[in-house]
Design a binder for this molecule. Structure first.
Ligand code: ADP
Ligand code: ASP
Ligand code: MG
Length: 400
């Protein structure tokens, strides 16, 4: 039977930690599994590599950046494979390309288009433990690509989908909590959570799983088990929704501080102008999250939108172009905003959650700027200074 195990950066940050990871891998092998291991770069390596690039330019070639970032995972696969081999078990390290991971899209945000899994299967059938570099692949032009931050999760789940097996994600927390335990230490561990809820939580900022990885899990029905690489306690399972899952209106609360809020003031009101703003952003692949528009006043409107802080350079470039087009507009940039979201399948057939949150915010003098909803979530942008207060109030009110 096959199994895929993924170990994140903190789980392989030192040789000592790799020895610990090797224990777990070897245990599975001894239990009779054919083991595929996906690893991230050691510790904070990826951040350090990006910092190095930033010392040269704030806008490096994205192809070069992919080339640079992909080296992190190459260090960890080679070392981990050496550790396993030194323990007397046969192992082989493979880069994303060698593992058959084909990608498409724009550099630093590539998506896996397919995996030619034969090479991995061959090594498994020869009894080897296969150690694959997460986060990377190769595009049609033969260039090295990366899958977006946190992308090793995606590699792991995609490989598990291809091998039709379970995917275990080992990290520095012992499961999925209703709230990031670093922000709200009283958060409760979730025994099992639906793909839909986890996808929503991830896309709204819960870093524990990369969004795309959960999407792939959902599509290919890969059971994903999230647990600690350090302690042996029961983790959390991401799986298909069923009636037995805890019946709360809200399952989780997520916080995203990676929010850039832009307000464009005095845009001459016409559907074409509004569309021009967002088309320009879309043409640069900027992912817009929340949008609001004031009603026309003297035929002028104000537009606000949020995106990730990583897009600041591109967004400001587009804003400069807009200023050339509309001489009288004014641009405001706000980075001291935090997005707080509540997520739960229970919201599908329960109304009044938004009203409840509005009241809690009003009673506690928390001002929100933008609000968006989906079928199973509601998000609010608030001043970053109010973050802790908002989290505690919501967590207590919804018993998270
Ligand atoms: P890895 O390097 O193993 O991929 P990450 O740092 O990407 O680990 O993800 C683990 C972190 O996710 C935890 O340290 C935790 O702070 C954070 N996190 C965010 N939301 C949650 C949540 N709801 N439950 C558990 N952890 C969460
Ligand atoms: N090393 C990459 C990152 O830091 C991928 C990952 O850790 O999943 O984003
Ligand atoms: Mg991660």
């Amino acid at each position: 039977m096959n199994i895929v195990q993924k170990y994140g950066g903190s789980s392989v940050e030192s040789i000592e930690k790799m020895q610990n990871v090797a224990n777990r891998i070897i245990r599975k092998k001894e239990e009779g599994y054919d083991v595929v291991v996906v690893v991230s770069a050691m510790g904070k390596t990826t951040n350090q590599l990006i910092e190095m690039a930033k010392k040269i330019t704030i806008n490096p070639s994205q192809r070069d950046l992919d080339m640079l970032m992909s080296t992190g995972e190459q260090v960890s696969i080679s070392l981990l494979s050496m550790v396993i081999n030194a323990r007397g078990y046969e192992s082989i390290s493979l880069t994303g390309f060698q593992a058959g991971i084909k990608t498409e899209g724009i550099h630093t945000k590539n998506k896996i288009s397919d995996i030619e899994i034969d090479r991995v299967k061959k090594h498994l059938s020869n009894g080897k433990i296969v150690v694959i570099a997460g986060f990377q692949g190769m595009n049609e032009d033969g260039d090295i690509t990366t899958l977006g931050r946190g992308g090793s999760d995606t590699t792991a789940v995609a490989v598990a989908a291809k091998l039709e097996c379970v995917c275990e994600i080992y990290t520095d927390v012992d499961g999925i909590y209703s709230v990031d335990p670093r922000i709200y230490p009283n958060a409760k561990k979730i025994e099992s959570i639906s793909y839909e809820e986890m996808m929503e939580m991830s896309s709204l900022g819960a870093k524990i799983m990369e969004t795309r990885s959960v999407e792939i899990g959902y599509r290919y029905k890969v059971p994903i088990y999230v647990a600690s690489s350090l302690v042996d306690v029961k983790g959390s399972l991401i799986k298909e929704y069923d009636e037995l899952m805890e019946n709360k209106s809200i399952t989780g609360l997520t916080i995203s501080e990676n929010v850039l809020m832009i307000t464009v003031i005095n845009v001459p009101y016409s559907p074409e102008n509004i569309s021009a703003v967002f088309s320009k952003l879309a043409s640069k692949d900027v992912n817009i999250d929340m949008i609001s528009q004031t009603s026309p006043n003297n035929s002028l409107v104000n537009l606000s939108f949020t995106t990730s802080k990583d897009e600041e350079y591109t967004v400001m470039e587009v804003m400069t172009q807009l200023k050339n087009q509309f001489a009288h507009i004014e641009i405001q940039k706000d980075i001291a905003v935090t997005k707080v979201s509540v997520v739960g399948m229970g919201m599908k057939n329960q109304s009044g959650i938004a009203a409840q949150v509005f009241k809690l915010f009003a009673d506690n003098q928390i001002h929100f700027k933008l609000v968006t909803t989906s079928e199973i979530s509601i998000s609010y942008t608030i001043n970053s200074a109010d973050k802790q207060k908002a989290v505690s109030i919501l967590a207590e009110a919804f018993n998270l």
